[in-house]
Design a protein around this ligand. Structure first.
Ligand SMILES: [Zn+2]
Ligand SMILES: [Zn+2]
Length: 184
């Protein structure tokens, strides 16, 4: 069965937010073959127990009042483009989230939420290309106050599994790559 399409998270299997699993979904009670592994903000304990179909059609959100991304994190707590309330709702309530070291944020650009492409260390950032490298390096420089060789050395320590870690997004309109970084 084809996975549902997520406008803001095009390949959740590649990012690790959805994995093949024979676990029964806590929402539809079916074994669909895939389960959501990212964060769930709800009063019920729902870790690794929702299928991507129940995320996509909003039933998991409705049934459990669950969010998968913090609403205020869409736009990075007002540091990036503001987006319409329906975009915040689609990202927070009907899109697989991802797991960061700190409260996750969702990059916005051109007045819309961007597509989440994945978590990245130094090696993965190189694969995304110069634009992603430059964007994350600039954000890192700004927040760490490092410069020159010190900045280069610290930037090369970026690691997908240990942090500091980058979260890479692509604008759905101008296709610019961007995102943010965090660490423990
Ligand atoms: Zn389900
Ligand atoms: Zn854009």
């Amino acid at each position: 069965m084809d996975l549902p399409r997520f406008k803001y998270h095009p390949d959740p299997v590649a990012t690790g937010s959805v994995k093949a699993s024979e676990v029964q979904c806590a929402c539809c009670r079916q074994v669909r073959g895939y389960i959501y592994t990212g964060p769930v903000y709800a009063t019920a304990e729902l870790d690794e127990s929702l299928c991507p179909w129940c995320l996509a059609d909003g039933t998991a959100h409705e049934k459990f009042a669950a969010s998968f991304v913090d609403e205020a994190g869409v736009g990075g707590y007002d540091q990036w483009d503001a987006v319409p309330a329906e975009v915040v709702a689609e990202v927070a309530h009907r899109t697989p989230g991802f797991t960061g070291w700190q409260q996750e944020q969702w990059w916005t650009h051109c007045g819309d939420a961007a597509e989440f492409l994945g978590v990245a260390g130094y090696a993965e950032l190189q694969e995304y290309g110069e634009e992603a490298v430059a964007f994350i390096r600039a954000a890192f420089s700004e927040e760490s106050d490092l410069q020159g060789q010190e900045l280069d050395d610290a930037f090369q320590e970026f690691d997908r599994d240990h942090g500091p870690t980058a979260y890479v997004f692509r604008c759905r309109h101008c296709h610019k790559l961007g995102g943010y970084w965090d660490c423990h």
